[in-house]
Write a protein that binds this ligand. Structure first.
Ligand code: GDP
Length: 297
């Protein structure tokens, strides 16, 4: 995650910190290079532009060229600006799951890693937070997807709602709620159907489920490898169904990280978790401070 960007920025800042005194022109040149590095990482243009502008303003305000360690000062300003662009409200990765049974709605395109992420989060809530979790698949058009969730549930020791043939997604959501209440579960997770593209049926179905489940969290799962597309998908889902947070998957294969850097700035929605592999524990809280540290090496 972020290896390419980190390497590019490392090069820029190495040069800057090795120099003793800096002219304003040196800082301006470095910031132009930062902008190019961000764009190459597939960060959206307005975000890259605003980012560099914010850094420029702070650098001028703090008169970095006159400081004793001007290069390091610039790096520190960039570090803080990265945190600003990444952070959402409250604790990283926090989920509103008080008031049991708390419904979590999982939405996203087919192939984004939604089912895998549902199971990963269920395992995390079970193992780390000691919650009792029930998972239910609502993907009635793809019986294999429903089976997949049941199999993952067995692997990780998390209950899944038994599959009843012919039931529609809204009926499944209602049954999950009843079962979660009767069974004393803390959380129930609804894995909605995905499609290859955002279409009316997908949105109508997710909205119908949202309206009966009244989810405490609606988590959008998007493939981080798709860069700016991931941000566009998030914008559309948020407009049409409303999401409370984003899970970016396949970040283990993403050396650029553009989606991660643009997501909150463009959509206003925080990234809560990142998927870092196919294994059930390959999920991490998205922590802006740690990420900024990782990017700047
Ligand atoms: P869905 O159609 O959105 O439910 O997608 P799936 O959960 O079935 O995932 C599709 C594929 O992506 C599976 O092979 C998963 O193992 C894989 N996958 C999911 N998340 C990640 C991730 O964070 N990293 C990697 N490398 N693969 C992932």
């Amino acid at each position: 995650m972020f290896e390419n960007l980190s390497e590019r920025l490392g090069g820029v800042f190495d040069r800057l910190t090795k120099q003793g005194a800096l002219s304003e022109e040196d800082v301006a040149t470095a910031l132009r290079e930062v902008r190019v590095a961000l764009l190459e990482a597939d960060v959206s243009l307005p975000v890259a532009r605003d980012f560099v502008k914010a850094v420029q303003e702070k650098a001028t305000g703090q008169a970095v060229t006159k400081s004793i360690t001007p290069g390091q000062q610039v790096v520190k300003i960039v570090h803080d600006a990265l945190i600003d662009v990444l952070k959402g409200e409250g604790e990283p990765g926090a989920l509103k799951i008080d008031n049991p049974p708390a419904p979590i709605l999982m939405v996203g395109l087919q192939g984004s890693g939604k089912t895998t992420t549902t199971a990963k989060l269920a395992k995390r809530l079970t193992d780390r937070d000691g919650k009792r979790v029930l998972m239910a698949s609502l993907d009635v058009n793809r019986p294999a997807a429903m089976e997949q969730l049941a199999i993952l549930g067995m692997q990780i020791g998390v209950d899944t709602l038994p599959i009843v043939k012919g039931e529609d997604p809204v009926a499944i959501a209602k049954r999950a709620k009843t079962q979660a209440g009767l069974g004393g579960y803390d959380v129930y997770m609804l894995d909605t159907a995905g499609r290859l593209h955002i279409d009316e049926e997908l949105i109508a179905q997710a909205a119908a489920v949202r309206d009966v489940a009244n989810p405490r969290e609606t988590l959008l799962v998007v493939d981080g490898l798709t860069g700016q597309d991931a941000v566009n998908v998030a914008t559309e889902f948020d407009d049409k169904i409303g999401v409370s947070g984003v899970v970016l998957t396949r970040m283990d294969g993403d050396g650029r990280g553009g989606a991660a850097l643009s997501m909150r700035a463009v959509t206003g929605k925080p990234i809560k978790f990142v998927g870092l592999g196919e294994k059930m524990d390959a999920i991490e809280t998205f922590e802006p401070e740690r990420i900024a540290g990782r990017i700047l090496g």
